[in-house]
Design a protein around this ligand. Structure first.
Ligand SMILES: [Zn+2]
Ligand SMILES: [Zn+2]
Length: 83
């Protein structure tokens, strides 16, 4: 850790104000349009099973944990993504 006087490399001042920096610290998780959970891996069995239940599954999307797309979703119990 570089301490509290750390400067954002994107020119936003403090990294706390920069969405790029914020999300850089967050692990990537995987979601689908129709799903209620988020996953640690796009190869999750539960994700694949959920996709198999719908006629036209939406593609898996990679998002940063903490982004709006993850809000309201629960961590998958199968692949156990970070909370
Ligand atoms: Zn930044
Ligand atoms: Zn999963």
């Amino acid at each position: 850790m570089a301490g509290s006087s750390e400067q954002c490399p994107h020119g936003m001042g403090s990294p706390e104000w920069c969405s790029l920096c914020k999300n850089a610290e967050k692990p990537s998780v995987y979601i689908t349009g129709g799903g209620m959970a988020y996953h640690a891996t796009p190869n999750c069995n539960a994700l694949a099973e959920g996709q198999a239940l719908v006629a036209n599954p939406e593609p898996v999307v990679t998002v940063a944990l903490g982004s709006a797309a993850v809000e309201g979703r629960k961590p998958c119990k199968t692949c156990e993504p970070p909370v």
